[in-house]
Design a protein around this ligand. Structure first.
Ligand SMILES: *[C@@H]1O[C@H](CO)[C@@H](O)[C@H](O)[C@H]1NC(C)=O
Ligand SMILES: *[C@@H]1O[C@H](CO)[C@@H](O)[C@H](O)[C@H]1NC(C)=O
Ligand SMILES: *[C@@H]1O[C@H](CO)[C@@H](O)[C@H](O)[C@H]1NC(C)=O
Ligand SMILES: *[C@@H]1O[C@H](CO)[C@@H](O)[C@H](O)[C@H]1NC(C)=O
Ligand SMILES: *[C@@H]1O[C@H](CO)[C@@H](O)[C@H](O)[C@H]1NC(C)=O
Ligand SMILES: *[C@@H]1O[C@H](CO)[C@@H](O)[C@H](O)[C@H]1NC(C)=O
Ligand SMILES: *[C@@H]1O[C@H](CO)[C@@H](O)[C@H](O)[C@H]1NC(C)=O
Ligand SMILES: *[C@@H]1O[C@H](CO)[C@@H](O)[C@H](O)[C@H]1NC(C)=O
Ligand SMILES: *[C@@H]1O[C@H](CO)[C@@H](O)[C@H](O)[C@H]1NC(C)=O
Ligand SMILES: *[C@@H]1O[C@H](CO)[C@@H](O)[C@H](O)[C@H]1NC(C)=O
Ligand SMILES: *[C@@H]1O[C@H](CO)[C@@H](O)[C@H](O)[C@H]1NC(C)=O
Length: 867
């Protein structure tokens, strides 16, 4: 039954306070576990670590660049609101103070917004702007790669490029927590000078984390959070074609994104240019990228990534996959390349690519679509897994090539691969598995409500990029700070922020929430019709006080609509967090029913603990693995949230993109600069109970909650493109039954029943209940389709012995539970990767897939799971 009764509330029970605070940091531990790649020296990068297909298979035809692809960056340019809006963002917990700024009534001089022209960049295409751009990034004592700073949330910045062509002669180094943004109305160009040089370990026009003389990148790749680059053209055409240079070096983790970028590279014979180079990390999201020319558009390896709307024109190889556990490619257009995706790294004896998912894509005028090294007896057995769905080919000689020849023929004419899979299948209406198969498979029975065109069964799944409001005039924006919210991390902003949100919504305007920590002591209510955008990944709503601290009476920090309200909301680039003990805080409660179009959260994250101002740092919550934790000695003040995001029965039509729900496992602002691990208790991750369903989850990740990371209950029609989880590092000390008692209303998992337990099998010393949280739990739900799933358990009570190579994946017994099977159907999981779990899928207590049967590249990989 659907709850359609609409109860009218006159301005809701919303009050509260917030705080502004920014970013980041993570412990290196899980990344260390990963790292199946060589540290590239410039020499090894140059020496392409993969086999090139035989000359026969690569005809090397020089194809025409289609003229239909628009080339941004020319013509007149409309002003962009972000450039001209009053810049009032602050870093609330930055201690940079001086008497001048105090006299101005501000406690800090730290500047969040930086326009590169105000730092002296000319943007005239002739002046060397390297130093000016670098100054705009580094000014204000920020967190530089390779310094003692591993991470901090105290120095966020927006580095803004107005219209112009900015010539650089050496690499620009990106700092921690930086949004690099160009005017979207006329993409500015970063032009590499003919004498462009990369020295001192730097790679690329923009280096996200340069190599240090330790042979490591400046920031730990799996801890490199909170950064974006948007709306730029990278012009490398003046660099000689034979010089190996990437436009962007991007070894990053969650809450990072690249959006709306164009890469112009040499297409000359022998070109060594490449677009994006990623060799490590735990990403991440990219969308709306166009590559012209070059040797590799992408030259990438990472634990997981979600990438969509990528166009590769005239590259030698569009995508060279160095390694992966899972990587999702959606809406990729490849035209005139020699190879589309090369996933043969490592060769058949040591495959490096765990899995690749490619859907809603096209490959045209290209010799080889996909080059794989997987064979019937390649190693590891589960690796090199490929899932293709709705991939159109036109004039592709070989659709899938092996190192010795054709695996799947192509065609001179147009053809569509409806679905094709190579790897280990578990299909309930066949032999359960694993069945090692390469070949066609019936495509997903796509739910029409999830498609771009619901009337066309062959339509792509809908996708919708983060709105940047380039076409919206300045006077259509309101500022939360101008409207009276302090965002200083200590004033209660509940009333001011609620009033600002309401005013913007009533006036049909967009609310800009200037960088800062907005402390709130009661609920912030976002009504239908709201459009809200934050700044610098440093606009943080911070819950505080007793209202959110009753475990028996949970309360939303941010409530998007009341149950029964309809309409749409757009919300981007913000964080919701808690301050100190908040045992009843539901960080985001999404009730909104969007029946026309979609509502969205883009780069809206929850971050629980581990940052300055949270009172949930090393000092309060440092890990204690040597103490047996019981209900009586558990550190109560580190109980920090009840649920991260609750999508309720009322909600429908929600689109989420690049959303990370993170309970901190380490302190981002640790005074020791040592990524100190902390134990924070947050009850539940992402709970979706929507009765009407219709949700898109592109590039979402949920980590370190007590009972589960993702839980779906009585819902349906959910699209997921690479989801990722990590079990809490401290579990099972304590186990998942404490400190939050079961709430049956929320369909909490019952860890006391042996058939749904997922701890170690049996007792461990004095620990009798070894239950740990689920990565993914699906109850009575249908049409749940995930294109890429990574469920990881690296730790047992902070020890990684249980996930180390050869450990037998003993961090937890089970990881993924499907319950109420009689009412669960059409569940499709493509390229399911687990770490540290003995059983990969459990259905009503019956284990269906053992990790030992699916050994892959550090992870265990199932290519297709369907029931
Ligand atoms: C103090 O802050 C002001 C701006 O608020 C800045 O212009 C000035 O350079 C700062 N002075 C010092 C000594 O840092
Ligand atoms: C500046 O700091 C003082 C002392 O910490 C505090 O009382 C005051 O409210 C702060 N002012 C602003 C504008 O943040
Ligand atoms: C590209 O260069 C290689 C080696 O320099 C040469 O053998 C080949 O003929 C060239 N191809 C074209 C299309 O010019
Ligand atoms: C894909 O990216 C291109 C280039 O950024 C952009 O013009 C286009 O609108 C994007 N398509 C979608 C569906 O977002
Ligand atoms: C390719 O063929 C050669 C010769 O038949 C054989 O030794 C080799 O194992 C094959 N390699 C692959 C990846 O199939
Ligand atoms: C599941 O998807 C199929 C295929 O589009 C559709 O026929 C069916 O109605 C969907 N089920 C629900 C519960 O929406
Ligand atoms: C919340 O803050 C407001 C000030 O905005 C204050 O008047 C109120 O008493 C506070 N409420 C609680 C429960 O702390
Ligand atoms: C259980 O969750 C529901 C739904 O959020 C809530 O209304 C109720 O107060 C919770 N019960 C307890 C005992 O915490
Ligand atoms: C930093 O962390 C490492 C690993 O946990 C530890 O061995 C070392 O003692 C720590 N250093 C400091 C200064 O705390
Ligand atoms: C746990 O151990 C028992 C006894 O050794 C065994 O029968 C059972 O299958 C194990 N359960 C799991 C989930 O591994
Ligand atoms: C068992 O408990 C001990 C002590 O808490 C811990 O060191 C160990 O990692 C646990 N796990 C296993 C599998 O023994």
């Amino acid at each position: 039954m659907f709850p359609f009764i609409y109860i009218v509330f006159l301005l809701s029970p919303c009050a509260l306070a917030l705080r502004a605070r920014p970013c980041r940091d993570l412990p290196l531990t899980h990344s260390v576990a990963a790292a199946p790649y060589e540290v590239p020296t410039s020499a090894s990068v140059a020496a392409t670590p993969y086999e090139v297909p035989t000359s026969a298979s690569v005809a090397g035809t020089p194809y025409e660049v289609p003229t239909s692809i628009p080339q941004p960056g020319t013509g007149s340019c409309a002003p962009y609101w972000l450039e001209n809006i009053k810049h009032q963002g602050v870093a609330s917990f930055n201690t940079d103070t001086n008497s001048t700024s105090l006299a101005l009534g501000r406690n800090q001089t730290y500047q969040v917004f930086r326009n590169v022209k105000e730092y002296g960049a000319a943007g005239d295409g002739r002046t060397d702007d390297t130093a000016a751009i670098q100054k705009a990034i580094s000014d204000g004592g920020r967190c530089a790669p390779g310094s003692t700073c591993q991470s901090t949330t105290k120095t966020p910045a927006v580095v803004y490029f107005p219209q112009g062509t900015y010539m650089i002669s050496s690499s620009i180094i990106d700092y921690y927590c930086t949004q690099i943004i160009g005017n979207p109305n006329c993409l500015p160009t970063i032009l590499a000078a003919a004498n462009f040089s990369m020295t001192g370990g730097r790679l690329g026009l923009i280096d996200g984390s340069p190599y240090q003389n330790t042979s490591k990148t400046g920031f730990g790749p799996t801890n490199t959070f909170f950064r974006q680059i948007r709306n730029l053209i990278f012009d490398m055409t003046r660099i000689p074609a034979n010089v190996l240079v990437p436009a962007i070096h991007w070894p990053t983790a969650q809450t990072t994104s690249l959006q709306n970028l164009v890469f112009n590279m040499s297409a000359a014979n022998g070109t060594q240019h490449e677009g994006i180079f990623v060799e490590e990390g735990s990403g991440g999201f990219m969308a709306d990228l166009v590559f012209h020319g070059g040797n590799n558009g992408f030259n990438v390896g990472n634990q997981q990534f979600t990438t969509r709307n990528l166009t590769f024109i005239n590259c030698v190889t569009a995508i060279n996959q160095l390694w992966s556990w899972g990587w999702t490619y959606k809406s990729v257009t490849i035209v005139g390349c020699q190879v589309g995706l090369n996933i043969s790294a490592g060769g058949p004896s040591a495959l490096k690519v765990g899995s690749i998912t490619l859907l809603d894509s096209s490959i045209t005028n290209t010799s080889v679509g996909i080059l794989t090294a997987r064979t019937s007896n390649s190693e590891p057995a589960g690796a090199g897994s490929v899932y293709l769905e709705n991939v159109k080919l036109d004039n592709v000689e070989i659709a899938v090539a092996g190192l010795n020849g054709t695996v799947l023929p192509g065609s001179r004419d147009a053809m569509t691969i409806q679905a094709w899979a190579d790897g280990h299948r578990y299909i309930s209406d066949g032999p359960i598995g694993p069945v090692n198969i390469r070949g066609d498979i019936s495509p997903t029975n796509r739910s029409a409500t999830l498609l771009e065109n619901p009337d066309d069964p062959y339509s792509k799944y809908l996708e919708r990029s983060k709105p940047q409001y380039g076409d919206v005039a300045q006077d259509k924006f309101l500022s939360a700070r101008t409207l009276g919210a302090k965002g200083d991390g200590h004033t209660d902003d509940t009333h001011a922020l609620n009033a600002a949100i309401l005013q913007a919504q009533r006036d049909g305007k967009i609310l800009f929430v200037d960088a800062g920590f907005y402390l709130v002591n009661s609920t912030i209510y976002i009504p239908p019709g709201s459009k809200i955008v934050g700044e610098a990944l440093a606009s943080v709503i911070l819950s505080n006080g007793s209202f959110f601290n009753d475990m028996n009476n949970p309360q939303p920090v941010v409530q998007v609509a009341l149950g029964g309200e309809r309409g749409s909301v757009e919300w981007s680039d913000m964080f919701v967090s808690t301050k100190g003990q908040q045992a009843g805080a539901v960080l985001i409660e999404w009730n909104l029913g969007t029946y026309e179009g979609t509502s969205g959260m883009w780069d809206v994250h929850t971050r629980i603990g581990g940052f300055a101002g949270s009172d949930l740092q090393t000092e309060q919550c440092e890990k204690t693995p040597d103490i047996v934790i019981t209900p009586s000695n558990l550190v109560q003040k580190c109980i920090a949230a009840y649920i991260s995001v609750h999508v309720t029965k009322w909600a429908t039509g929600l689109y989420m993109e690049n959303v990370w729900l993170w309970t901190a496992d380490h302190d981002l602002d640790d005074s020791r600069n040592n990524n100190t691990q902390i134990t924070i208790y947050a009850g539940r991750g992402l709970l979706i109970e929507s009765l009407a369903g219709r949700m898109w989850l592109y590039g979402t990740a949920v980590e370190h909650h007590v009972k589960y990371e993702y839980q779906f209950v009585d819902t349906h029609n959910i699209f997921m493109g690479q989801i990722q989880t990590e079990t809490a590092y401290y579990q099972p000390n304590p186990d998942a039954t404490i400190p939050f008692p079961e709430n049956a209303t929320l369909s909490d998992p019952l860890f006391t029943l042996s058939n749904t337990m997922n701890g170690l099998n049996g007792t461990n010393g004095t620990r009798t209940n070894t239950a740990v949280g689920w990565g993914l739990r699906i109850l009575r739900s249908s049409n749940i389709t995930a294109y890429g799933v990574g469920l990881y358990s690296f730790f047992d009570n902070y020890s990684t012995n249980c996930s180390a190579v050869g450990s037998g994946a003993s961090c937890q017994t089970r990881m993924l539970s499907i319950e109420g099977y009689a009412n669960s159907h059409s569940i499709n999981l493509y390229n399911l990767n687990t770490v540290g779990a003995t059983q990969m899928v459990t259905r009503d207590g019956v284990d269906l897939a053992s990790n030992v049967d699916n050994n892959s590249t550090f992870v265990d990989t199932i290519n297709v799971f369907r029931i």
